[in-house]
Design a protein around this ligand. Structure first.
Ligand SMILES: NC(=O)C1=CN([C@@H]2O[C@H](COP(=O)(O)OP(=O)(O)OC[C@H]3O[C@@H](n4cnc5c(N)ncnc54)[C@H](O)[C@@H]3O)[C@@H](O)[C@H]2O)[C@H](O)CC1
Ligand SMILES: [K+]
Length: 538
């Protein structure tokens, strides 16, 4: 499912009006009518009461006027608080303002902060707010009058319904521009915006529904949109298919190189992640002194002890043996618990240069290449890197806070520059392809902030590649299934405290649910997909 930027949305909006002759007023009408239906379903029927529409002077305000009209027609008490001089409202918004005037909707004009303050007592009676202050036209940090108005609405602690996007939220990055409405629900138009699905925007948007307003769907590809939300519908066709006559020789063989003293669990969970994803065979190469431990830790995978350094990490001299092991493998996963010995780093360099099958690098593997990114240009086969924000910061020579401020751009730029698939982990994991397309994951929950989860993910992605599906689809499906399995545990067990090994065990059921289940609901409970599954379930 496409996710769009503010600029792409504006271009689609314009193209729809100009090329198809659909008037802007019709789009605004569709937007306001669709938003009203979602507003009534999701917030109003639970907490009926007087409605306040906080409206700006642009088209976002115009959508708010349309909503006020529909609510008024239904006999719902509604007051429009216009945060601008009437004379500054223009175009379709002005047309709709004139309409509600004629229908007798109360419009309170508050041209400046003084007028706003003068009407505060009237606003205290509002039970539920519609935020139509700023939409995709937001162009800078919110200051002055609008900042005070947004803070005032947030401080009232009434449910807020955002029109298109919570006012103050950057539609592209999901960051608050100085201040932002904290919405309980958002109706957005045409397409979800990238900022709705990236934190903190995802939390600030509440429940999100995309309202169809008449923009032809093919427009997204036409204007060059390159961001996507991962959905079951998109994933299903790419999942590995298993023939009735399949045997383990058909389902692929993976080589995992992982582990060092004190980090044997990472190696075991990576291998088991691949098995849980359905890989036919997994061989786990570990420093030789750890082989006896791994033999008992993993029952289903085969293990091989390899040459080690004095610190007990994999040694460069293991390369020849590893080359032999690589001969019949469909995928190579390197990094979990590997340690950062320079000799291990040289071994990894040789692997990157020589591997002819997809190679996935995680954890210490990433730390080992962070100081030597030029090695990436020597790769022969597709590579997947799976950094968490701290590892990404090391790869980019930036701080973690820098990365988190614009996760999508950093992931996309790195993937493009180095020709790799980049999985930037964390809430709303971002997967960037070398061609610049970016995929955002809807599944997962804060209970996953625990040791071992990343090792499981590496195993899942590697296990899917091993079964022959393309690298991009494997990265997306692995990330989605990892989060879906954890969501299942968060619902059935507890929000925190479940273990990475339990996520492993929950993967097959998550895969089954993905294969046979439905698409995402037509609205998203963006902050926790697994909790109430419909507007009436809360
Ligand atoms: N997507 C569609 O096809 C449709 C969208 N609609 C709605 O239109 C808005 C976008 O409307 P626009 O008039 O371009 O901008 P806004 O209403 O978001 O902004 C209005 C106004 O605010 C000023 N402004 C910008 N930034 C700031 C700031 N930081 N502080 C103060 N003021 C600011 C700016 O100058 C603008 O003039 C979209 O979100 C939808 O809700 C259509 O109704 C239907 C088609
Ligand atoms: K808004």
């Amino acid at each position: 499912m496409y996710l769009v930027t503010a600029d792409e949305m504006q271009r689609m909006d314009r193209a729809t009006i100009e090329s198809f002759g659909i008037p802007g007023r019709v789009l605004m009408e569709n937007a306001g009518r669709g938003a009203t239906a979602f507003f009534l379903d999701t917030l109003f029927h639970r907490q009926p009461g007087s409605v306040g529409v906080a409206a700006g002077r642009g088209n976002n305000g115009g959508d708010g006027f349309v909503m006020a009209r529909y609510l008024h027609q239904k006999g719902i008490p509604v007051t429009v608080f216009l945060l601008a001089e009437r004379s500054r409202v223009q175009g379709d918004a002005a047309t709709n303002l004139a309409l509600i005037d004629r229908m007798g909707v109360t419009v309170v004009e508050m041209a400046d902060i003084a007028a706003f303050k003068a009407h505060q007592s009237q606003m205290h009676h509002i039970a539920i707010w519609i935020d139509a202050i700023l939409g995709t036209g937001l162009s800078s940090d919110v200051r002055g009058y609008f900042r005070s108005a947004i803070e005032f609405i947030n401080q009232m602690h009434r449910p807020v319904f955002a029109v298109d996007i919570a006012s103050g939220l950057n539609a592209d990055t999901g960051q608050a521009c100085g201040v932002c409405i904290e919405a309980a629900a958002t109706a957005t138009f045409g397409f979800a915006k990238a900022g709705h699905l990236t934190y903190p925007g995802r939390r600030l948007s509440g429940r999100l529904k995309v309202i169809e307003i008449g923009i032809p769907p093919h427009m997204a590809a036409q204007v060059g949109c390159h961001q996507h939300l991962i959905t079951p519908m998109d994933l299903k066709p790419a999942l590995p298919h298993r023939d009735a006559t399949a045997h383990k020789g058909h389902t692929g063989h993976l080589l995992v190189l992982a582990g060092s003293p004190g980090k044997t669990g990472a190696a075991a969970m990576t291998a088991m992640g691949a098995m849980r994803a359905g890989a036919g065979l997994v061989t786990l190469g570990v420093p030789q002194s750890l082989n006896p431990v791994l033999e008992t830790l993993v029952t289903e995978a085969m293990t091989v002890g390899l040459a080690q350094t004095v610190q007990g990490t994999l040694d460069e001299s293991a390369f020849q043996t590893v080359q032999g092991l690589m001969a019949d493998k469909r995928c190579l996963a390197v990094g979990p618990g590997l340690g950062t010995d320079p000799s291990t780093g040289r071994l990894l360099g040789h692997l990157i240069e020589s591997a002819t099958m997809p190679l996935i690098v995680d954890a210490d593997g990433l730390n080992l290449i962070a100081g030597n990114l030029s090695v990436l240009s020597k790769k022969q086969a597709p590579m997947v890197l799976t950094p968490h924000p701290g590892e990404m910061a090391r790869l980019c020579g930036l701080s973690t806070a820098d990365i988190q401020r614009d996760r999508v751009s950093h992931a996309r730029d790195f993937a493009r520059q180095h020709g790799v698939h980049l999985v930037l982990k964390g809430a709303a994991t971002v997967i960037a392809r070398p061609d610049g397309h970016v995929f955002i994951n809807p599944t997962g929950n804060p209970g996953m902030a625990a040791g071992g989860m990343g090792d499981v993910l590496t195993g899942l992605i590697a296990g899917l590649i091993t079964q022959g599906i393309n690298v991009s689809a494997a990265a997306q499906a692995g990330v989605y299934l990892h989060g879906a399995a954890a969501d299942q545990l968060a619902c059935s067990k507890a929000a925190t405290g479940y273990l990475a090994t339990e996520v492993l065990d929950a993967v097959p059921a998550a895969m089954q649910a993905l294969r046979s289940g439905e698409d995402l609901p037509d609205w998203l409970f963006t902050d926790a997909l697994c909790y109430p599954m419909g507007p009436d379930d809360q």
